[in-house]
Design a protein around this ligand. Sequence first.
Ligand code: AMP
Ligand code: MN
Ligand code: MN
Ligand code: MN
Length: 288
Amino acid sequence: MIDLHSHTRFSDGHLDTATLLQRASSLGIQQLAITDHDCVDAHLQIASGAVDVPDQLDIIPGTEISTRWDNQEVHVLGLMVDINNATLSELLAQQQQRRQERAAKIGIQLERAGHCGLQTWLQSLGCTAVSRVHVAEFLVHQGVVKSKQQAFSKYLAKRGRAYVPAEWCSISEAVEAIQAAGGVAALAHPDRYPLSRPKFRRLIDEFVDVGGDALEVSYSNLNQDMLKNLSVIAADRKLWATVGSDFHSPEHTWMDLGKVRRLPEICRDQGIWRHPRWTQFARPAAED
Ligand code: AMP
Ligand code: MN
Ligand code: MN
Ligand code: MN
C-alpha cells in the first residue's frame, strides 16, 4: 500500500501530521509521501522528532508546488527531496510569500463586499501555505455561502468577485528546485486541468522538455480510460509513474488515503519505487 500524495494542516489538509500518520498506518499504508502545497513543514516536524512515525510506515519527503503555465495553474510534485536544500527552501519561501500577498488582496476584495475578518481567521489557522480553500472555509463559516464550491464559484474562482490571480513560479523553476534538492519532479493529476487535447499534449511536451521526471498516473477519481491514457504516456515518454490519493480530509471519503488503482502493466516497471533513490527513504516496495 503506497500513497505518494497527501496534505496536512500546514497547507489545506484537515489533519495534523501525527493524526495523518496514524490514519495512514491504521489503513495499512506502508509508504506515505506528505506533499503539502508549497511547504515541507510536516517533514521538518518529523525530522525534529516532534512527531513519532509508526513502525510500519516509511515517510517519503515531498511537496506540491503551484506553477503558472499558459495562464493555468499546474501542480508539480517533488518527491524524495532533501527538505533542507537551500534552492528548494528559497523557492518555497517565495511561494508562501506569494500566497500571503494574494490572501491579503483577497481580504481587501471581501471587505469591499462587506465580509471582514479574513486575516484574523487565517492567522488563527497557523498554516504555512495559505490557500483559497482556507478562504472558502472562512466564507462558509461566516455564512456568506453555503458550500466551499459556492465560495469558489461566487468569489474565488477566475470569474469570482474576489478573484486575485496568483503569480506562481514557472514549471521549469519548480522542476529545477526539486532536482537541485535531489528529488523527482512529477506532473500532478494531469487530467484535472481544464485543457483541450492539443493543449494537454503541449503541457506534457513542455514538462518533458524542461526535464520533468515523472507523471502521476494513478490517483483518486480517475477513470479507467484516463488511467490507461496516462500510463501509455508515462511508458512512451519514459517517465517514472507515481500514485497518490491527494488526501486532504477524512470527510472526503472519495479521496481517502490509499484510494488509488495499481499501475497498469504497461508502466509497472517505471513505478517510482524502482527509482535508485527510493531506498534512501523507504523499504523496497512489495512486488507490485
Ligand atoms: P490555491 O492553491 O490556494 O490557489 O487553491 C487551489 C485549490 O483550491 C485547488 O487545489 C483545489 O483543491 C481548490 N479549488 C480550486 N478551484 C476550485 C473550485 N472551483 N471548487 C472547489 N475547490 C476548488
Ligand atoms: Mn489542496
Ligand atoms: Mn494539486
Ligand atoms: Mn494535492
